[in-house]
Design a protein around this ligand. Structure first.
Ligand code: ZN
Length: 133
């Protein structure tokens, strides 16, 4: 995954890359650190009082080398939202079944707050791009 900062002059001016790792990030939830939270911690570590706006890009590869489902889990979405004093996420890009999806992070949050989510639900939005043939 990576966070890319939005900058009118240079869209790639600042990119922060996070990786999955096996450290537990939650004191009460026994799940491992997901890449999006690893990246978020890096943003917080370099926070200098200026709140930045990021797009969050999540990718995941399957064993066969295809893009798998990289939609963030409920806990990560909640954690990312809780860091709103440090940064804001404008858009989420994620992959599923070799398709790249784009969704506003505010919509991700709104859906997380309701019970409309089922695990196989796909949020097809404006970009519906085949990554491979
Ligand atoms: Zn997660």
């Amino acid at each position: 995954m990576f966070f890319s900062v939005r900058d009118k002059n240079n869209i790639n001016s600042n990119m922060i890359i996070g990786h999955n790792n096996s450290k537990n990030i939650y004191s009460t939830v026994p799940i491992q650190t997901h890449a999006e939270l690893d990246g978020a911690k890096k943003i917080i570590n370099k926070y200098d009082g200026k709140k930045e706006i990021y797009n969050l890009v999540l990718t995941r590869f399957t064993k066969s080398g295809n893009y798998g489902n990289s939609y963030p889990c409920f806990h990560c979405v909640q954690q990312l939202a809780s860091f709103s004093n440090y940064f804001r996420i404008k858009k989420l890009y994620y992959t599923d079944d070799n398709i790249l999806y784009e969704i506003k992070f505010s919509e991700v949050l709104a859906m997380n707050n309701t019970n409309h989510l089922s695990s196989g639900y796909r949020f097809r939005t404006k970009i519906n791009k085949k990554l491979t043939n």
